[in-house]
Design a protein around this ligand. Structure first.
Ligand code: PRX
Length: 690
């Protein structure tokens, strides 16, 4: 293995001095031995009709029995799993104390643990040379492998570096990096010392990054000089430089090197690898209370600025770990390939925390589905021997447009499970993924969840008796998840073959605890709409046989290539233009991206003569304020927007017009001036139909 490990990664590693926490580590309260806690061997393969072992108490039961138990007696269910699977420095005293009305959500009270110990030290103690990460770099065939021992050492060095710059327990650290071993080490280093990481997707602009750093009051930013994706270089450091100018909380910027190109270093900057090389390779893990913050992850809602979703230590880790094993049928020794970026929750739960807590080999995919050609995913599957492949429908929709030979020429016999996430998967994409990629041989699981849920909540696995999977459907709630559909009057919709607002009626260990700095917003957004339930923002259909199918967002959140964005954020960016008094953005369907933003723009009189110039400025504005992917695909200049008498924009009508579905506009009588509708339809026809 060592031969494959990169010089870049090895630079920071001093072989032979490993800080494994074990019973000989006299300074530590952490004891990892074969008699206590979870062992990797407890992750056993499925017996027919039965769910693989969750804990010794819960062995030999079916999905139905376990699901029923998880709802009826969460103390026994989650208590026994948490006791066996996680390594605690102090065992918890109470399984949970939750109230969905006020948003008081606590799991495993009284317990103390360290997430990095659970993801690294436990595996190093048993099998230090097992490969933890395979970094599938942008150029095919240049992958690098990192063992658990090496990852622990890098994590400790990075943790000590953070400490040397004054980062303490509870401090926030921003990570603005594409997926790489050093980025994973950065997340785990924060966890090791009790700091709170907030990973910002490296496609966000400097303003978006600055907004997140300011909200979280980050003390340190970790970045790299450049990103490499699809053969292109992305100047990440320059984006960070621009962002930190407006972030007085930032005391230090640690800069890793992804490329050999020169970097201009300012007075805040420190070269990360150099600092790590001189830091100690041992770092005692900080014992963290179960409910201490682990990370913040910013995500979009229907109103206001992105919110910092808070996840805590034990419940999040346990839920990521159990879902990773049971939804994907992960077995020890499997190579788990989730192609998400660590900037999103999928990367947190199923590139880093879930796989590493289970001792898996996790693939870090740096490239794109079409670089250098549309066979990239399947060539990677063949070369790395990937067993579980977890991707997004948008990539599948893109790839199915190419010749099947791009798939068929590669050996995909290692694949055992295929999985999809991020947006509804349409039938055509599901069938292609299942039949062409999986040769109709591997279960394809559509997994529904959110940043706020921490882990997968609805998916066809763990297998029901018989194990049936319906195409394009998330199907069944995971353990501890009790879905409910709500009607327009707030009532619970009972029975089958019904639609409603998707809620979850009981707390579960992985759920978000609050919004950073604004608990009231958490309560208002998720708990107030249907008192006593967590509201997801999605609609769902319950089939005749009781399975769940997600129908899409019910609010003003859109999903562009699986990236979630509030239309209000795009409107705020557009409204910043001095010639634009008012805008309304809606999502329209797109055959590859799923949805794209469509902007209705009102211009000031004087700007009407220079529409093209202003629209170009608007495109640039969205790219600089949010990200390139947020730039609307379509703009329509209109004189007025359709508003109700109370001044509310009727987006429902705009959505219909943008989708060219004007024969089903619905009721327009509540508009202040219904003639505006014809006016906008005319403008649409002129612009888009010539
Ligand atoms: O609308 C749902 C959609 O993505 C939203 C959550 O986005 P985010 O927090 O960025 O997390 C994405 C990855 C977990 C949901 O509210 N969504 C996610 N998965 C699915 C989905 N919609 C339909 N089917 C899915 N499998």
């Amino acid at each position: 293995m060592a031969a494959h490990i990169s010089k870049t990664f090895l630079n920071v590693l001093n072989r032979g001095s490993v800080s494994v926490v074990n019973k000989h580590h006299h300074r530590s309260v952490w004891v990892i031995s074969s008699c206590c806690t979870r062992t990797v061997s407890s992750i056993s393969a499925a017996e027919p009709g039965l769910t693989p072992r969750l804990s010794s108490h819960l062995h030999g039961k079916s999905y139905t029995e376990l699901h029923e138990l998880s709802l009826r007696d969460p103390e026994t269910f989650w208590g026994s799993i948490a006791g066996e699977r996680l390594t605690w420095s102090k065992r918890f005293e109470q399984v949970n104390d939750c109230d969905l009305a006020t948003g008081r959500i606590n799991w495993f009270l009284g317990g103390q643990l360290n997430v990095s110990v659970n993801c690294l030290d436990v595996h190093v103690a048993r099998d230090p040379d097992r490969v933890a990460l395979i970094w599938e770099k942008d150029e095919p065939g240049t992958e690098e492998r990192v063992t658990y021992r090496e990852l622990l050492e890098a994590t400790c060095r990075l943790a000590n570096t953070l400490k040397s710059y004054g980062v303490k327990r509870g401090d926030r650290v921003a990570i603005y990096m594409p997926v790489s071993p050093i980025a994973v080490a950065a997340m785990l280093a924060c966890a090791r010392i009790g700091a709170v990481h907030t990973v910002v997707f490296a496609g966000f602009s400097s303003e978006a990054l600055a907004g997140r750093i300011q909200d979280a009051q980050c003390k340190v930013v970790i970045t790299c000089n450049q990103g490499v994706r699809g053969g292109r270089l992305i100047n990440l450091k320059a984006t960070v430089d621009a962002a930190v100018e407006s972030c007085p909380s930032v005391q230090r910027v640690l800069v890793a090197r992804r490329t050999d190109n020169p970097i201009s270093m300012g007075k805040l900057d420190t070269p990360l690898e150099e600092a790590m090389a001189s830091a100690s390779p041992e770092c005692a893990p900080e014992p963290m209370a179960s409910e201490d913050m682990l990370f913040l992850l910013y995500t979009s809602g229907s109103t206001g600025k992105p919110k910092g979703v808070v996840h805590t230590q034990a419940g999040y880790l346990l839920y990521a770990s159990v879902t990773h094993q049971h939804v994907f049928d992960y077995s020890p020794g499997d190579v788990f390939g989730c192609v998400a970026d660590i900037g999103w929750i999928t990367g947190h739960s199923y590139v880093v925390y879930g796989p590493l807590s289970n001792g898996a080999t996790s693939v870090l995919f740096e490239s794109t589905p079409t670089y250098p050609n549309p066979g990239r995913y399947w060539e990677t599957v063949q070369r790395l021997g990937i067993n579980q492949f977890y991707g997004a429908p948008t990539a599948i929709r893109l790839l199915l447009k190419y010749e099947e030979s791009w798939v068929k020429r590669y050996d995909r016999s290692s694949l055992k499970t295929l999985a999809s996430v991020g947006e509804p998967i349409n039938h055509e994409a599901w069938e292609w993924f299942y039949n062409v990629v999986g040769d109709a041989r591997c279960p394809l699981v559509d997994t529904w969840w959110q940043t706020e849920t921490g882990g997968i909540c609805i998916a066809p696995r763990p297998a029901h008796e018989g194990g049936e999977i319906r195409p394009a459907m998330a199907m069944r709630p995971f353990f501890g998840i009790q879905p409910a559909l709500m009607g327009e009057k707030g009532q619970t919709v009972t029975g089958n073959d019904v639609n409603g607002a998707l809620c979850i009626s009981k707390p579960w260990p992985g759920m978000a605890r609050t919004i950073f700095g604004d608990h009231q917003r958490f309560v208002e957004a998720y708990l107030k709409p249907y008192p006593g339930h967590y509201f997801t923002g999605d609609g769902a259909y319950r089939t005749e046989d009781g399975y769940y199918q997600i129908t899409g967002r019910m609010d003003d959140v859109i999903n562009i290539s699986g990236h979630r964005l509030g239309t209000a954020e795009i409107e705020d960016a557009l409204d910043a233009h001095p010639d634009v008094p008012e805008t309304a953005v809606v999502g329209v369907s797109h055959d590859i991206k799923g949805e794209v933003p469509f902007a209705f723009v009102v211009l000031k009189e004087k700007a009407m003569q220079e529409q093209e110039v202003v629209l170009e400025e608007l495109r640039r504005l969205v790219a600089t304020k949010i990200a390139k992917y947020a730039v609307p695909d379509h703009f329509l200049v209109v004189k007025r927007l359709p508003k109700t008498r109370s001044g509310k924009i009727m987006r429902r009508i705009l959505r219909k017009i943008a989708m060219d579905q004007t024969d089903s506009l619905g009721d327009v009588s509540t508009l202040d001036d219904p003639s505006v509708v014809m006016e906008i339809i005319q403008a649409y026809k002129q612009t888009f139909r010539g």
